[in-house]
Write a protein that binds this ligand. Structure first.
Ligand SMILES: [Zn+2]
Length: 272
């Protein structure tokens, strides 16, 4: 009788980092992003954020990094404090410290901090408006006529600009279906979300982590702040269109004087 030799392929390996670990998964024939997101119980956005892959063109044998639990990495920039970073994730310092086994508030440039998705807050105020703020940033340009920052001519600004450091996460302000994910003229890397009678436009991103056709829930990660397209520095251009006509997005966003709540336990955190 013939001896049967089994060859074991290593399909996954694990790397542990404190309170989370990263699975290295080798893409198998037939895998799709959607199937993998179901298999590992995370959003396709998280897989796209952690990996440089084409959503509709997965390469067999390519390694995918899959964080467990689901979460987002943030690389510390010059001048960042733990408090700043906690705001950008609409969460608290304590959440970040415990997720990264930090015993004090010391962080260093280039350090990669992990923020579990379950602890990322949804909005400044989920109660008073339909939308949530997609980015914690500074409102640097409002909707309406202005002198264009690059062309120095009067022009109509069709959205609001929220300045934030490159790499700041952008969360979907509404639910909806992704209509465009990629280059979009002067908007640079952009995402357009179809939300009933609304179209929500996110521009100048450094990374897009959704794909065309993806169904989004409110607060889901859609990409990172950047300065692509016609832009003078890292910011999110946030635009709302109704039946193709732009309108003032601030009307749909929670008021400035209310802060955010944590998604998991609805703690009011307070702020400006
Ligand atoms: Zn703008």
């Amino acid at each position: 009788m013939k001896k049967i030799f089994f060859i074991f392929f290593i399909l996954v390996s694990f790397i542990y980092f404190g309170n989370y670990y990263v699975i290295n998964y080798y893409i198998q024939p037939g895998d799709t992003l959607y199937m993998l997101s179901k298999k590992f119980s995370l959003s396709p956005s998280t897989i796209l954020d952690w990996n440089d892959i084409e959503p509709y063109n997965l390469k067999i044998g390519q390694v995918l990094k899959i964080p467990q639990p689901e979460g987002i990495l943030y690389e510390v920039k010059q001048g960042d404090t733990l408090y700043d970073i906690s705001l950008r994730f609409f969460t608290t310092i304590e959440v970040i410290k415990s997720a990264n086994n930090l015993s004090n508030n010391y962080i260093y440039v280039g350090q990669k901090l992990f923020v579990p998705t379950s602890r990322i807050g949804l909005a400044f105020n989920v109660y008073d408006k339909d939308f949530i703020w997609p980015v914690f940033g500074r409102l640097t340009s409002t909707y309406g006529w202005r002198e264009h920052p690059i062309y120095h001519k009067m022009s109509f600004h069709t959205g609001v600009d929220l300045a934030a450091p490159e790499g700041t996460p952008i969360f979907s302000a509404t639910e909806g279906v992704v209509e465009l994910a990629g280059q979009y003229g002067g908007y640079g890397l952009a995402v357009i979300v179809d939300y009933g009678k609304y179209e929500i436009v996110y521009g100048h991103m450094s990374k897009v982590c959704v794909y065309k056709g993806q169904t989004l829930s409110k607060g889901e990660l859609i990409g990172r702040v950047g300065s692509t397209g016609v832009s003078t520095g890292p910011h999110l251009h946030f635009e709302v269109r109704i039946n193709g006509n732009h309108t003032n997005p601030v009307a749909f966003l929670p008021s400035y004087n209310r802060m955010y709540v944590l998604k998991s336990d609805n703690i009011y955190v307070g702020g400006e």
